[in-house]
Design a protein around this ligand. Structure first.
Ligand code: F6R
Length: 243
């Protein structure tokens, strides 16, 4: 596992955006895996700036998002689809048909998981997977569990995760109880993985993922078995690694 520690959130975000742009320069038809959440917000902003300056072309890029809430439609202001449109897609020249996000309102969610997994197999493997990390060690919405689940599946969100997301919904009771998420096997099949994290509140989970046991109780710990995974984090998030 590689570790890159940047001075702060801004530097980390810029570095992540540069790495995405450089990967597209090297492979214009890159298959890119993307997260939502608070952490990647500035990375997306920086990427839009790089695009506006003419340094990156998304025409042939294909994207796969990690997850989507069950029961939340694309137009809902809390959907990850909407998040991606607002923060990245509508600011760049990506082809709509190359954007993939699970449909949380599909009538048959299990079938939707199968369809999503198949699409990743068809276009993939993912060349570059960008991940965030939850305070409980989740990546995508793969919550702590007794087993690692390989493929795209429906995950019951833990109360810790629902509490963390309550700020977007107004109250915890409004946060969906389930989500569709890419599985850990599919994430691990990505050619290159970059996990971004910032802030002191992420330091303990970064320490566990980076140095603790490899266990489904901390899903991000599985990344240590990947041959090309980098933790690109800021000083605060790295502050407990050597302790
Ligand atoms: C969301 C996702 C999650 C987040 C994680 C951290 O698509 O994949 O694993 O990356 O919950 O979220 P923030 O960045 O809001 O702390």
């Amino acid at each position: 596992m590689n570790l890159i520690v940047m001075k702060d959130y801004k530097e980390m975000s810029r570095q992540a955006a540069l790495l995405i742009a450089a990967s597209i320069a090297l492979k214009p038809n890159l298959v890119l895996g993307l997260p939502t959440g608070k952490t990647p917000l500035l990375m997306y902003k920086e990427l839009v700036i790089i695009y506006q300056n003419g340094f990156v072309d998304f025409t042939n890029v294909t994207t796969f998002n990690l997850d989507e809430y069950a029961g939340i439609g694309r137009d809902d202001r809390n959907s990850f689809y909407r998040y991606m449109q607002d923060n990245l897609f509508r600011h760049i020249n990506i082809n709509n048909k190359n954007i993939h996000i699970p449909d949380g309102t599909a009538r048959d969610l299990k079938e939707e998981c199968r369809r999503y997994e198949e699409a990743i197999r068809k276009f993939g493997p993912i060349d570059l997977m960008i991940l965030g990390i939850g305070h409980n060690g989740h990546i995508g919405f793969n919550e702590p569990s007794d087993e690692f689940i390989a493929e795209t599946h429906i995950e019951r969100l833990t109360s810790k995760t629902r509490r963390a997301y309550a700020k977007y919904f107004g109250s915890i009771s409004k946060v969906p109880t389930k989500a569709i998420t890419m599985g850990l096997g599919t994430i691990m099949m990505s050619r290159k993985i970059i996990l971004i994290a910032s802030g002191r509140d992420k330091a303990e989970v970064i320490r566990r993922a980076f140095k603790g046991n490899i266990t489904p109780k901390c899903p991000a710990s599985i990344l240590r078995l990947h041959q090309d995974c980098t933790f690109l984090i800021d000083r605060d998030a790295a502050s407990l690694i050597d302790k």
